[in-house]
Write a protein of this length. Sequence first.
Length: 402
Amino acid sequence: MTGTLSDAERIEAAGVVGAGGAGFPTHIKARGAAEVVIGNGVECEPLLAKDKAIMRAYPDQVVAGMAVMMGCVGAKRGIVGIKRKNTREIEAMRTAARRSGMDISVIELSDFYPAGDEHVLVYEATGRVVPAGGIPLAAGAVVSNVETLLNVSRAVSGHPVTHKFVTVTGEVERPATFKAPVGASFARLIEAAGGVTARVRGGFEVVQDGPMMGKIIPPGADLEKVIVTKTTSGVIVLPSGHSLLSEKRRSIEHQVRLARSACISCSQCTDHCPRYLLGHPLEPHLIMRAFGYRNPDLSEDLSKYPELTMAGLCTGCGVCSLVCPMGLSPRCINERVKAAMAEARVKWAPKRGPKPPHPARAGRQIPSRRIVSRLGLSRYAHGQHSGSGPATEATREELIEL
């Protein structure tokens, strides 16, 4: 009927953005054309559980949102990616997909990090490689987080995005996932999780979102004034002095000095880089070597250092920093280079044709449990309860409306 809104317009009017963390406007994806829509239920960041809670509580709505996106982009099929270990969520989504009567399937992924990277997920789901520097649409796919799909299903019925699913964990008495109003304070969320444990009342800090790619809330910040946004996924309370906080707090300048003095060019960062393993020409060890031997001045013309521009392909997942035997952070160096590229308006440009995925890719994927152990977070993982009460799976899987 003339004058009615299209689904893409309803999605835009509802303010739906990527709920997995990127915040990309979903209505733009809905105006594309793709062969397949992929729902991202992988939730690869350690400790977070909001996607799992959504798939258990709202499987039909997630599938309905996928159906809307399939209609918008003209896709004939939908795929939901979930880690193989999450059997309850797999069954819930497969049951909902059958009820929908549409060509929507669930694929099971191994428990490695970062399985939820959209380029990695597209390859796992379709066998296609998204071109380096490209987006999934270049491989005929649209990728949306399962929470985004839930919001899409609500948007076409006229409901705007007003709430966000957030996991609160770490040193809190009752770790849980909350359906919180956008604008709710972190202080309120921590209080709803039973408050901080007696162990850390003398000093704690908060990581926003996941431990790998999340950011530290500045020490001393008023948590009443730090609020939930449409992209907030986690609130992780850690003891002051935790090693994860120390690593995240290193300045870029300090990281550059370390790179210049301690990099041994072993190439472990490159060998385990998820994008390099997909065939992308991203080789962090060459960037580190440039800092060690060429001492680049990033305020100069970056054309003098063409090897550095491959940093534009880095997604900041942090795998390179985890595997470095010298404790360096190629990710931080890449971020420094990317900032210089943005300031100079320089983009990475391909110098050769695409390569196939690395034949050793499967053997170089890092299990999530190793990530958790390396970050010193085992106390808070796998349903363990950090408070004074008993450790139960329910404390991690509980879903509470704030």
